[in-house]
Design a protein. Structure first.
Length: 296
C-alpha cells in the first residue's frame, strides 16, 4: 500500500495530489534513475550506500542534482516519517526533468524532477515466500550489455526486465533468470543470483550485473561466517547442478529458488546455507550502524 504522502520537488504532498508532468522525460523516454530502499523496524538498511549509487547513476547520465547526498537522505527519512512507515519500501526517483519532446531539445529542460515514494510492505508475505521457494525459468531475453548501458547504472528503463518477468509469469513461474550475450548467468529480472555447491557460495562477477547492495552485504556476511564465497562466471549447468540457488534484492532480502526450467534444485527445499545467510542478513538489518534511523 502506497503511503499517504509523496515528496515531489521540494513538497510533501498527499498521494492523490502527487503528480509530475506528461512532458517529463522519464515519462517520455524512461530518462531517469531510481533506487529501492528497504525500511525494517524504522531503519533504512544500507541507506547511504543506496543514495551513493543513485548519485553515481545521475553522474553517469549527466543529471545534475540540486542538493547533496545528505540532503536526499534527509528527504527520504522525512518521507518515511510522515507516512509512519516502519517496515516497507522507499523509492527515490530522479528524472532529467520537464521540457519539450525530442531528444534534440534536452538543453531546454528546466532541471531534474525528484520524487520519493513510501510503500508499506507485509513482512509475513516475505516469510511465506521464503518457506515455499520460487520456481524460475531462464528467460529468452538477455541482460542489457555493458557496452550498451553500463550494468551498474540503475535507470528507469526496465523494459527487458519487464519482458523477462512477463515471460516467467506466462510460463507459470515466479521469477526469471537472465543470461548475457555469451550465455553466462547475469542476474534475475530484479535481483542478484547465488548458487551453493559443496558449501561454496558462488555469484556472477560485476561487469554484466547490477552491483547489488544486498549482494555486497551477503558477500560480507559470508566472510564473517567463514563461508567460502566466490565471484565467478556461471552457466545454466552450474545452477541446475547446485545444491542450493537463491536470489536477493533489497525488499526481497533472500528468496530460495527450488526449481529452474522444471528441474528441481538440490532437495527442492530451502537449503541450510540459504537459511543461515538469511538469518544473518536479518541480524545485520537490525544494526543501526548498517542503516539510517528514521525519527518519528
Amino acid at each position: 500500500m502506497i503511503g499517504d504522502f509523496v515528496y515531489v520537488n521540494g513538497e510533501y504532498l498527499p498521494k492523490n495530489d502527487a503528480k509530475i508532468s506528461v512532458f517529463d522525460h522519464s515519462f517520455i523516454y524512461g530518462d531517469g534513475v531510481f533506487e529501492g530502499l528497504q525500511l525494517a523496524n524504522g531503519l533504512i538498511f544500507k541507506g547511504r550506500e543506496h543514495i551513493d549509487r543513485l548519485f553515481k547513476s545521475c553522474r553517469f547520465l549527466q543529471i545534475d542534482l540540486p542538493f547533496s547526498q545528505d540532503d536526499l537522505i534527509a528527504i527520504v527519512s522525512k518521507t518515511a516519517s510522515m507516512n509512519k512507515l516502519r517496515d516497507g519500501y522507499m523509492r527515490p526517483i530522479v528524472t532529467r526533468g520537464v521540457g519539450p519532446t525530442g531528444i534534440r531539445n534536452m538543453h531546454e529542460l528546466k532541471g531534474p524532477t525528484v520524487v520519493v515514494i513510501a510503500q508499506h510492505e507485509d513482512i509475513n508475505k516475505k516469510a511465506n515466500i521464503f518457506a515455499a521457494g520460487y520456481k524460475a525459468i531462464v528467460s529468452s531475453y538477455r541482460r542489457v550489455q555493458p557496452d550498451s548501458v553500463d550494468s551498474r547504472v540503475k535507470t528507469c528503463n526496465y523494459i527487458n526486465n519487464i519482458l523477462a518477468y512477463l515471460e516467467a509469469k506466462n510460463a507459470g513461474a515466479d521469477t526469471a533468470l537472465l543470461l548475457d550475450n555469451a550465455g553466462y548467468l547475469a542476474e534475475g529480472y530484479g535481483s542478484n543470483i547465488f548458487a551453493v555447491t559443496n558449501d561454496v557460495v558462488r555469484t556472477p562477477p560485476e561487469g554484466n550485473i547490477l552491483s547489488g547492495i544486498t549482494r555486497a552485504a551477503l558477500l560480507g556476511i559470508c566472510a564473517d561466517l567463514n563461508v567460502e564465497a566466490r565471484e565467478t562466471r556461471m552457466t545454466l549447468y552450474d545452477l541446475v547442478t547446485a545444491d542450493e540457488v537463491f536470489e536477493c534484492a533489497s525488499m526481497m532480502e533472500i528468496a530460495p529458488i527450488v526449481s529452474i526450467t522444471g528441474r528441481r534444485i538440490g532437495s527442492g527445499n530451502v537449503g541450510p546455507i540459504t537459511r543461515k545467510l538469511h538469518e544473518a542478513l536479518r541480524r545485520e538489518m537490525a544494526k543501526e550502524e548498517n542503516g539510517v534511523k528514521v525519527t518519528y
